[in-house]
Write a protein that binds this ligand. Structure first.
Ligand code: SAM
Length: 266
């Protein structure tokens, strides 16, 4: 069987769109993610209707969110299947769609961009560190990158909670990107994001955890009142240490300084 991985070793989501739509956005967890982003994006970013590049934009939910707030959005996505879904989701909204992987963006959408969104993409790439370097180069001086990554430490904890002790002890946490599995091939740690941001001269301005409690519950809340309580807990603790560190996803605002440290002193 041929590998579903791209030449760069990335998992483009062709063949995964239905499963992704159902399991990540179809249920309560997807609702929670969108409700938290709805609160956090305006808190964590300085939004002034800037043009925005959405990298690996998937089904188009975030592109639609920003377009509705007056941003001129370019959604890029390598998967034709996801792009078709995004086009349907964004019907009637003025969003430019571009079929391209992140690695091609310096040629195909060079910007530089004042605002870039790259959510839940790096963990599907063979070389996320180089990908962050590409994103840094696309950012204008003073530009902001909203980066969300799948948290390796949270994946370990949820494996232990589920009783997958052997897997956790062997630290065999990542997926292989084969067939229709939705376990990311490159789950990331906060330490990696700190190191790789520093390498690129990006400042970490804000950080939050997305779903710091929900994925560890023994039973998902069935009653609407309990779902509301869970959302209230997530909202209250998503930016509080130590809880944010074990969010299923880590959400960052990274900024490219307006001038380099050397320029600032000359
Ligand atoms: C988990 S989905 C996230 C989609 C969307 N950003 C969101 O937050 O819902 C990961 C997306 O990354 C895309 N992807 C995979 N490899 C990529 C690459 N090299 N460049 C850009 N996007 C890529 C996949 O096709 C998929 O749509």
């Amino acid at each position: 069987m041929s590998s579903p991985l791209s030449a760069h070793g990335d998992r483009h989501f062709d063949g995964l769109a239905d499963k992704f739509a159902a399991s990540l956005y179809g249920g309560a967890r997807g609702e929670l993610r969108l409700a938290l982003l709805d609160q956090l994006l305006p808190e964590m970013l300085e939004l002034r209707g800037q043009p925005l590049l959405d990298v690996g934009g998937g089904l188009g939910q975030l592109a639609g969110w920003f377009a509705a707030r007056g941003h001129a959005v370019t959604l890029t996505e390598p998967s034709a299947e996801m792009l078709t879904r995004a086009r349907e989701h964004l019907a009637g909204q003025d969003v430019r769609l571009l079929q391209a992987p992140l690695q091609a963006l310096p040629e195909q959408a060079p910007g530089p961009w004042p605002l870039i969104v790259c959510h839940a993409v790096l963990e599907w790439l063979g070389d996320p560190r180089t990908a962050l370097a590409v994103l840094a180069r696309l950012l204008a001086p003073g530009g902001q990158l909203s980066l969300m990554v799948f948290n390796r430490d949270a994946l370990r904890l949820s494996n232990v909670v589920k009783g997958n002790l052997e897997k956790a002890l062997a630290d065999r946490l990542e997926g292989k990107g084969q067939r229709t599995r939705l376990t990311p091939i490159s789950p990331l740690t906060h330490g990696q994001i700190e190191d790789w941001s520093a390498e690129q001269g990006l400042m970490i301005r804000q950080v939050a955890g997305i779903r710091v409690f929900a994925d560890y519950l023994r039973q998902s809340p069935e009653r609407a009142a309990d779902r509301e309580r869970l959302l209230a807990l997530e909202r209250r603790y998503c930016r509080v240490d130590p809880h944010w560190r074990l969010g299923r996803y880590l959400l960052y605002t990274l900024e490219r300084p307006s001038c380099s440290p050397e320029e600032a002193t000359t």
